[in-house]
Design a protein around this ligand. Structure first.
Ligand code: MG
Length: 385
């Protein structure tokens, strides 16, 4: 690989209006927020990365504010002027900063993009270069769609009908105590054969095991993160009580976390969000663990713009990502997105991974400027609380 020298990095905090807000057990998300990194090399190649912190520290402790602080004060100085031959060198450059995985991911992703563009390869090819020869990209990701908490079961059924009509082959329902058993049973009754799963976003405790057992006979693909957002141990107590596979999401923040979860028997499926685990380097380690343990793997989403979604699609096109991913077509999230062309849902509930060098989509810089302007002018923090 031809190396890059990092000449400059500019950060854009963004607020994107959503086509449809997503209500989860942690509340409504009025905007999709994040921090976009524009990295320029000495050869004037531009690499893009997206960090996906929320407005408030609800998903994890990171926010747009902490990401801007950590990136500009600590992480960017560790990259500027550096000659980088492989994006897998980035975590060691960031090793003096503990945590702040989303901030690290945003910058590491920009390095992956710049290196791939410099070397004329797609990100899918760049990732596969670190895997055994039989792990080349399939060229597409299998995808599904996530449906937030709605006021009524009838409205949920209407959305499911719409999404199935659009061609999504897997439906995920967000649940919380009181919006779970009745909902899942009603949906299963209307749709006995769809691929269906539930995501609790850590809304339950081990004391709710009997409640969760009530959905155990619904032939669910999985129940995602039922217990604490940072818990592995109690999930290992719950999994043996359920036939349904538990999928861990929030509590797997590193390859070591996954090793622990597997050792304890805390999950049978993994939702990998590259942003949550600090980037694609750590994601590749986790991918290899999943291969070694035959653990079904899929790629989750943080409502990324086209910048982050293109890169996640590239990763999701790797062959050991065996289950449908939470990556939907552009029209599910934004109108317009920050990038062109939009992503479309293809046949068999697939989205094609870009094939052009790097992230493989073009960033429309006026839209990025507008999203940054919206972040400032809408006083997003103030309106949120
Ligand atoms: Mg989840």
């Amino acid at each position: 690989m031809k190396p890059i020298i990092v000449r400059s990095i500019k950060l854009y905090p963004i607020a994107m209006s959503l086509v449809e807000t997503l209500k989860t057990s942690s509340g409504d998300e009025p905007f999709k927020t994040g921090v976009v990194a524009r990295l320029e090399t000495d050869d004037s190649v531009v690499g893009w990365g997206e960090a996906s912190p929320e407005i408030a520290p609800g998903y994890n402790y990171e926010t747009v504010g902490t990401a801007l602080h950590i990136m500009s004060e600590f992480l960017i100085p560790a990259l500027l002027g550096k000659t980088i031959t492989s994006a897998t060198e980035v975590p060691s450059l960031f090793s003096r900063v503990r945590g702040h995985h989303m901030a690290k991911h945003g910058l590491e992703a920009a390095v992956w993009d710049a290196l791939a563009k410099t070397n004329g390869v797609s990100l899918a090819q760049a990732f596969a270069a670190y895997l055994p020869a039989d792990h080349q990209s399939r060229g597409y990701a299998n995808v599904g769609v996530s449906i937030g908490i709605k006021p009524t079961i009838e409205e949920t059924l209407e959305v499911i009908e719409k999404r199935l009509g659009q061609g999504y082959g897997r439906i995920k329902l967000k649940i919380e105590p009181g919006w779970d058993v009745e909902l899942a049973r009603a949906v299963r009754k209307v749709y006995p054969n769809i691929v269906l799963m539930l995501d609790a976003n850590s809304a339950y405790t081990l004391a709710d095991a009997d409640r969760l057992k009530q959905v155990d006979d619904l032939n669910l693909l999985m129940i995602e993160q039922p217990l604490g957002h940072d818990d592995i141990y109690e999930h290992s107590k719950l999994q043996p009580q359920l036939k349904t596979a538990i999928c861990l999401d929030e509590s797997i923040c590193s390859a070591d976390d996954l090793r622990l979860a597997l050792d304890l028997g805390a999950c049978r499926i993994l939702n990998l969000k590259p942003a949550r685990v600090s980037g694609y380097t750590e994601s590749l380690e986790i991918y290899k663990i999943c291969v070694a343990h035959n653990l079904p793997l899929w790629i989750g989403g943080l409502m990324e713009t086209g910048i982050g979604r293109a890169a996640n699609l590239a990763f999701a096109s790797l062959p050991a990502v065996t289950l449908p991913c939470d990556i939907s077509a552009t029209d599910r999230y934004f109108d317009p997105d920050l990038t062109e062309p939009p992503f479309f849902l293809g046949a068999n509930s697939r989205i094609a991974a870009p094939t052009a060098p790097g992230i493989g989509v073009e960033v429309v810089e006026e839209r990025l400027e507008a999203a940054a302007q919206r972040w400032t002018s809408e006083q997003v923090y103030k309106n949120y609380f």
